[in-house]
Design a protein around this ligand. Structure first.
Ligand code: COA
Length: 333
């Protein structure tokens, strides 16, 4: 019997309307357009404002609508919805269930996973294993965040970096030689002090004091995160390249997490992959956390060809990181 693979059969995406420019940020904190472009590589990021909508499920519903427009599928056939997000609408219920209810995926079981910026590749890993088990045939993976809701816009170390956005992928079972081939997922929770939001969970439930202390905002040690992001993504990419006998010549696309343009450039230099094979859109959207990789796939979808060798790699709070090797599943329509 032929081996079952899980293959991406469609990509959807959405970014909110409001464009937060470097000049607007520079009006409130001590920074500049020039500094942000040179040190981070971002020109603007999109922010979900209350006048447009609220909650990450708003973005996810828009992304699913976009997917449905391009890739016709029956929402009733979707068996599971897995949502990678660190910014669900509520503590409960989960954002996947809210999204499924509003998009007609009413036969699916739904849950969120929290793996920060690695949310998309972690969710793909779960969906793939559901599919190759033979029990499920159609799963929607969503990855989105509204990190603007956790950002302190008086902190110049974090506020230029993050933006809001959401992407989604339709995964199906196939016996063709395409789809997810291999993956490496890793975590290290021993040093949460370097990148965290300490307020609002069970350790520090929300009180006036947690709010006054700013514990509901993202805090990071940028230099540590910077170095870790490069070394961990390079390690897992090299390992997946080696064990699948790939080379810069046979890789068609690399999609690194979009955290900082200097991180991306360092990773691709270490991997020795030419620039034209690397998807980069950080200048337009900033770091949208779990959404960066599917938003790249969303933008580059017309250029992807069936059988293309694609490497995805992410790094995020936790720390969480990993790499996925897949063969693209369809030609542009
Ligand atoms: N504008 C101007 N100066 C800034 C600044 C800003 N927005 N942010 C930081 N600086 C300052 C620092 O205060 C520091 O000043 P000091 O030397 O007087 O203390 C100086 O720039 C250099 O700090 P450093 O941390 O070395 O800057 P950097 O070039 O590494 O850039 C980050 C800072 C945060 C952009 C960078 O470390 C980074 O991108 N880290 C990874 C963050 C990330 O990816 N997080 C999400 C993980 S998925």
């Amino acid at each position: 019997m032929s081996k079952i693979h899980a293959v991406i059969k469609g990509i959807g995406g959405y970014v909110p309307n409001y464009r937060l420019t470097n000049d607007e940020i520079s009006a409130t904190v001590d920074t500049s357009d020039e500094w942000i472009l040179k040190r981070i590589g971002i020109k603007e990021r999109r922010i979900l404002k209350p006048e447009e909508g609220s909650g990450v499920s708003y973005l996810a519903i828009k992304a699913i609508e976009d997917l449905k427009k391009k890739h016709d599928f029956d929402p009733l056939e979707i068996e599971a919805v897995i949502f990678g997000t660190s910014t669900p609408d509520y503590i409960l219920p989960n954002a996947a269930a809210l999204t499924a209810a509003k998009t007609g995926m009413t036969n699916a079981f739904c849950f969120d996973i929290e793996a920060a910026c690695s949310g998309f590749i972690y969710a793909l890993e779960i969906a793939e294993n559901f599919i190759i088990s033979g029990k499920y045939k159609k799963i929607i993976v969503i990855a989105g965040d509204t990190l603007s809701k956790l950002t302190d816009y008086t902190d110049r170390n974090t506020c230029p970096i993050f933006g809001d956005g959401c992407g989604c992928a339709l995964l199906e079972a196939t016996t063709e030689d395409v789809g997810i081939i291999d993956s490496i997922m890793q975590s290290d929770g021993s040093s949460p002090e370097y990148l965290h939001v300490y307020g609002g969970g069970s350790a520090n439930p929300t009180t006036h004091e947690t709010v006054d202390k700013g514990l509901h905002y993202i805090w990071q040690d940028g230099r540590v995160v910077f170095k870790q992001a490069i070394s961990k993504m390079v390690d897992v990419c090299n390992e997946i390249i080696k064990r699948n006998h790939l080379s810069p010549d046979t890789i068609d696309w690399v999609i690194p997490h979009q955290a900082n343009l200097r991180i991306i450039e360092s990773v691709i230099n270490w991997l020795n992959v030419p620039h034209e094979k690397v998807m980069i859109n950080i200048e337009k959207y900033g770091n949208t956390s779990a959404a960066t990789i599917p938003l790249c796939l969303w933008e580059w979808e017309p250029k992807l060809r069936k059988g293309d060798n694609v490497i995805l790699s992410a790094f995020g709070a936790g720390f969480t990181w990993g790499a996925t090797y897949l063969k693209w599943g369809y030609d542009p329509q």
